[in-house]
Write a new protein. Structure first.
Length: 197
């Protein structure tokens, strides 16, 4: 059954030759070829301020430049995040984007009692996939670092607002990867897109 897919490319560098951009394009191509509806958000192309206080997070209106992104998130049934691993986790620009769009009233709501209790999730019913490129071997990131940066995104952001299940695809040793390895990665992404995985 066709799904509504949102692909968010979180690489801060708009350079078209970046592997993350090629992976994103392959996923989107595979999804569209299978009949899925695909929207793309390129975080590097957006202009928005970082949040600097709890008051801004809770009370400042969403920047106009992110209104379309929030609507795309609400519209999506499956959300795909593609980004490089920087210092063990997502780049700061992607984190700043998520802080803006995953705020109260958009992604979750505080309990009406104000303070106590669990927040109410507003994005329940959506699934996600996190796709990450890195210079180290992917198994080493999982084994030695316990995939802590990716796990944090899954638990502390996506699961917190109701997005589940969240699956992961890690591409390690991307620096200097052969043309054959790159081609295999792109083929894998097309297959993921085709099945909206």
């Amino acid at each position: 059954m066709p799904r509504r897919i949102l692909v968010i490319i979180g690489h801060p560098d708009p350079e078209p030759k970046r592997l993350c951009r090629a992976l994103t394009a392959s996923y989107a191509d595979g999804a569209r070829s299978a009949g899925h509806e695909v929207q793309l958000i390129d975080v590097a192309a957006l202009d928005f301020p970082p949040l600097r206080s709890m008051e801004e997070f809770e009370q400042r209106p969403l920047p106009v430049t992110l209104e379309a992104a929030v609507e795309a998130i609400r519209h999506a049934e499956h959300i795909v995040f593609v980004f490089p691993l920087w210092l063990g986790t997502m780049p700061a620009l992607l984190k700043a984007f998520l802080e803006q769009v995953m705020r109260p009233g958009v992604a979750f709501a505080y309990s009406e009692a104000g303070g106590g209790g669990f927040a109410r999730t507003l994005l329940k019913g959506r699934s996600a996939r996190i796709i990450v490129t890195m210079g180290m071997p992917a198994f080493f990131y999982r084994l030695w670092y316990l995939g802590h940066g990716v796990a944090g995104i899954r638990r502390n952001i996506l699961n917190f607002v109701g997005i589940s299940p969240v699956r992961e695809t890690l591409f390690g040793m991307v620096d200097g990867a052969s043309a054959e390895t790159r081609a295999k990665s792109l083929t894998k992404m097309r297959a993921l897109g085709a099945r909206a995985g």
